[in-house]
Design a protein around this ligand. Structure first.
Ligand code: PPS
Length: 297
């Protein structure tokens, strides 16, 4: 079957796996099931994110750290090939291309309950990237507008409610975050926030290096800071998703590299929505809130 036919067959479909809805363009019941039994190696690095938290940004940084001697060649490859999602249909194709690299770098949006049994007795380095959920909501809303493989949304107001209720692809942000933070003691785990990476990229990258057991020369650090900047990534067609065909992303409606800032939610939330969000956030997150470097106000 032609690739285009497969894409069109799957484009509008959403599957539910263990109560979590996932776009069928990139996932099947089988690929997600296989991800839950994925054979990790102790040297592997797994980037874990809820969607729209800065996944591609962190894929870029981690892969550049691991390939610090060969940065120019590395940036010519798309990030999704350098750090494939373990739950997606293209995993094995990308894994075959990167077969020889050690350590291997993977990504997942899956919740901890689907992976913890497989990770907890391993030495896999888990990097958990999180972002102010208000900005995640706004970014996810815009992503739905131009992604043809996600359900249509009626309005920002409607999406706001769906997000708070966890009725979006990959489920509730609150469950994802509480789930992964709840198992961190059982893992070789490192927490990084979008906000600290925005505010202090040098320090945040150095912290990541320490966790990964890597060292950078000053010029390598400067180079990585440059190549992971929003200005570089958003202008580079290997990284900004503009080469994704229009059947998948309607580029006339929006862009993947949209703003790349913190606190963009302030331009979208009404005072009433903000008060509702804060109430749910407080009730869901309780005393975990002190861990994060973002401001909700
Ligand atoms: S996805 O679809 O889940 O993989 O999306 P994800 O990569 O997690 O998140 C996309 C948002 O990350 C922003 N982004 C960046 N911000 C700052 N610096 C860099 N280099 C960068 N690269 C990507 C991207 O613009 C999306 O956020 P918004 O707020 O929509 O701009």
């Amino acid at each position: 079957m032609a690739k285009e036919t497969i894409i069109m067959d799957r484009i509008n479909l959403i599957d539910v796996f263990e109560g979590i809805s996932l776009p069928r363009l990139l996932h099947t019941q089988e690929t997600v099931h296989d991800a839950t039994n994925f054979q990790f190696q102790d040297t592997d690095i797994l980037l874990v994110t809820y969607p729209k938290s800065g996944t591609v940004w962190t894929q870029q940084i981690l892969s550049l750290i691991l390939n610090k001697e060969d940065i120019q060649n590395t940036i010519t490859k798309p990030t999704w090939e350098r750090a494939p999602w373990i739950e997606q249909v293209h995993l094995w194709e990308f894994l075959a291309q990167n077969n020889a690299s050690k350590p291997r770098l993977f990504t997942t949006h899956l919740p901890s309950k689907l992976l913890i049994h497989n990770l907890k007795n391993s030495k896999v380095r888990v990097v958990y990237m999180i972002r102010n959920p208000k900005d995640v909501l706004v970014s996810y809303y815009h992503f739905h507008k131009f992604s043809k493989f996600l359900p249509d949304i009626d309005s920002f107001e409607a999406f706001f409610d769906q997000f708070l209720e966890g009725k979006v692809s990959f489920g509730s942000w609150f469950d994802h975050t509480k789930g992964w933070l709840g198992v961190q003691e059982e893992l070789n785990f490192f927490l990084i926030t979008y906000e600290e990476l925005s505010q202090e990229p040098h320090q945040a990258i150095q912290n990541l290096c320490k966790f990964l057991g890597q060292q950078l020369e000053p010029e390598q650090l400067e180079s990585i800071v440059h190549y992971c900047s929003f200005s570089f990534m958003s202008q580079n067609d290997k990284l900004n998703f503009t080469l994704v065909p229009p059947e998948i992303f309607d580029h006339s409606v929006g862009k993947f590299m949209r703003k790349g800032t913190t606190e963009n939610w302030k331009e979208f939330f009404s005072p009433e929505q903000n008060a509702r969000f804060n109430k749910v956030y407080q009730a869901e997150m309780g005393n975990l809130t002190s861990k994060f470097s973002w401001s909700l106000y």
